[in-house]
Design a protein around this ligand. Structure first.
Ligand SMILES: Nc1nc2c(ncn2[C@@H]2O[C@H](COP(=O)(O)OP(=O)(O)O)[C@@H](O)[C@H]2O)c(=O)[nH]1
Ligand SMILES: [Mg+2]
Length: 282
């Protein structure tokens, strides 16, 4: 999981021959996006420090670390009702796997968990989450294949409440952020849950595949506009993904990464840690 996108520039960065174009391209290729890249380049030029590979690495790291909220508080249950987390995203980013991993994480913290198989579009998706539920010992509320996912989430909340579950994790169907009817369906899931309690769903996390680069930013913009995201989960950091997309999203939209995924197993999952993330990224 170490990308070290600046490391390959070492030797090219010495003042006065620092290649600004090369540096800019490197930052952009790390998925930081143009606005954040420009901001960081500006900081380096204005820093007054002599430009060495070390000083550049230091400034880039400091700029990136400063973007993210300092302390990542534990994910705690609500005091009087199940806390509801929706996992959202386009097809194949890892929503179902993330639902399972998050369930596993919460169990390890001694919280009780229930899953809602709200991806009713594909029978295989319901089956996939059921298998995870069996493996982890987590109950799964399932609806009809091709049924109404808003109604399913509504019922799943009732089930979570009657079982006194601390968390209800809803695995939703993959949808293209460009399909407005599907985005409206998601808004309906949120509205329907809101009938139980005005602050439901508590969390709406976009699951983003780190290997898809800047497309993650486009997805975040669209999902945020439709339902108002409260966080992101960055997956597949074990692949070729560089992860800079998390910084681009934080910079543009102010939405913070909550967890990272780096494999297909339930354990391949951690809370997002800004310092560790930046250290590996740069
Ligand atoms: N290597 C790797 N594979 C992952 C990760 N998360 C999910 N996957 C795989 O990506 C594929 C799609 O995941 P899935 O959870 O079904 O995606 P969904 O369509 O968003 O629900 C599956 O083969 C998962 O095993 C990850 O962090 N690393
Ligand atoms: Mg799925």
């Amino acid at each position: 999981m170490a990308f070290g996108f600046l490391k390959n520039l070492v030797g090219k960065l010495f003042d006065p021959s620092v290649d600004w174009d090369d540096l800019e391209e490197t930052l952009i290729r790390a998925d930081l996006g143009l606005p954040l890249t420009s901001l960081i380049l500006e900081k380096i030029k204005k820093s007054g420090q002599s430009i060495t590979p070390e000083s550049i690495e230091e400034i880039v790291s400091a700029q990136l670390a400063a973007l993210f909220p300092l302390s990542q508080e534990e994910l705690l249950p609500a005091s009087d009702r199940p806390k509801v987390i929706l996992l959202l995203g386009v097809n194949g980013t890892g929503k179902t796997t993330t639902t399972a991993k998050l369930g596993h994480h919460l169990l390890s913290k001694n919280h009780s968990v229930l899953f809602a198989a709200a991806d009713t579009f594909r029978a295989a998706a319901i089956e996939q989450l059921s298998l995870w539920g069996e493996r982890l010992g987590i109950g799964v509320i399932k609806g009809q294949y091709q049924g109404d996912s808003a109604a399913l989430c509504y019922d799943a909340y009732n089930a979570a409440r009657s079982r006194a579950s601390d968390f209800l994790l809803c695995d939703t169907a993959g949808r293209l952020h460009t399909k407005s009817n599907l985005m409206q369906e998601l808004a309906k899931v949120c509205r329907t849950l809101g009938k139980h309690h005005p602050s439901l769903p508590d969390e709406k996390w976009l699951v983003i595949d780190a290997t898809t680069g800047m497309n993650g930013l486009v997805q975040a913009r669209e999902f945020h506009a439709s339902v108002g995201l409260t966080g992101i989960v960055l997956t597949k950091l074990d692949g070729s993904g560089r992860g800079g997309i998390a910084a681009a999203i934080q910079h543009e939209l102010g939405i913070s990464p909550k967890f990272i995924g780096f494999g297909e197993k339930a354990e391949d999952f951690q809370r997002f840690n800004p310092e560790a993330f930046v250290a590996q990224l740069v």
